[in-house]
Design a protein around this ligand. Sequence first.
Ligand SMILES: C[S@@+](CC[C@H](N)C(=O)[O-])C[C@H]1O[C@@H](n2cnc3c(N)ncnc32)[C@H](O)[C@@H]1O
Length: 296
Amino acid sequence: MNFILNQIKNSYRPELESCRLFHGRGGRYADYSHITVDWFSPVFYIKFYAEDNLGELNLPKLLIEKFGKPVVLHLRYENSFKFFDITEDEAREVVAVEDDLKYKLKMGKNQNHGFFLDMKEGRKFIQDKISGGKVLNLFAYTCSFSVVAKKFGATEVHNVDVSKSFLEWGRENHHLNGQDTEGIFFHKKNVLKSMGWLSKKGPFDVVVYDPPSFQRSRFDYAKDYQKVIRQLPKVVKSGGYVISCLNSPFEKSEFIVDLYRNELQDFDYVNTLYSPAEFEEENKENGVKICIFRRR
Ligand SMILES: C[S@@+](CC[C@H](N)C(=O)[O-])C[C@H]1O[C@@H](n2cnc3c(N)ncnc32)[C@H](O)[C@@H]1O
């Protein structure tokens, strides 16, 4: 665990915005491929993806000794949590911060705490493209794309998710940033059954398509990813963009690019974005793929 501590020492500063500090999952450090450490000021958020009794005991202790900051330990393999130098209630006050925007976290509850650090480049992309435009945010989760789009001048954002509580969380994220929700819509709908209905709200300047790889009875990328692609012409404006994401380690961006090439004639591939640099991946294609397309 001293190895991880040394890695973190190199990049950690208390004033850092939320970020990944150690990305063992990236496969670069074979002995630590089951561990990640994130910084959500003022806490270190450690995840263990496999049981490691000694590591689970030592790493929180070492971080507290070295940096004097509290730790939330998430044993992801069994979805349990331990809190060090912070209570569960205090941990509920912690927020993620990125580019001066805040996002409410729920540590100690769900498998995911509400904010995906690896989607930073996708959120950045929308900043440049959205002034005065309309966004369709498919699989919106806690609406981080919506918060960014609102800040950078979107006139309308339509957030779509099957989960009412995630959309409510998204609304809170807007309020947390002092944003009113005028022009921000929250649709509790199954994307796979709603593209026709959503087309009446469009056409859109930017469509975010960021589904889970697999969620039982809701979405399975292997058969469903292309179904949504086929319906994109209904919702994307001419000249508009699609931010098309996939986080399966079993597919490369080529999988996405090929689907667009086969299904859509008038959408050009622009480029692929990946997780931010601090997510040290052996191969960036193993992490999140964020493929950008533009309609002619
Ligand atoms: C990977 S998360 C999206 C992350 C989000 N784009 C972000 O950057 O924070 C996937 C979301 O898809 C939702 N979901 C899964 N299947 C769905 C479906 N068929 N229709 C609508 N939402 C769905 C889940 O509830 C979850 O919130």
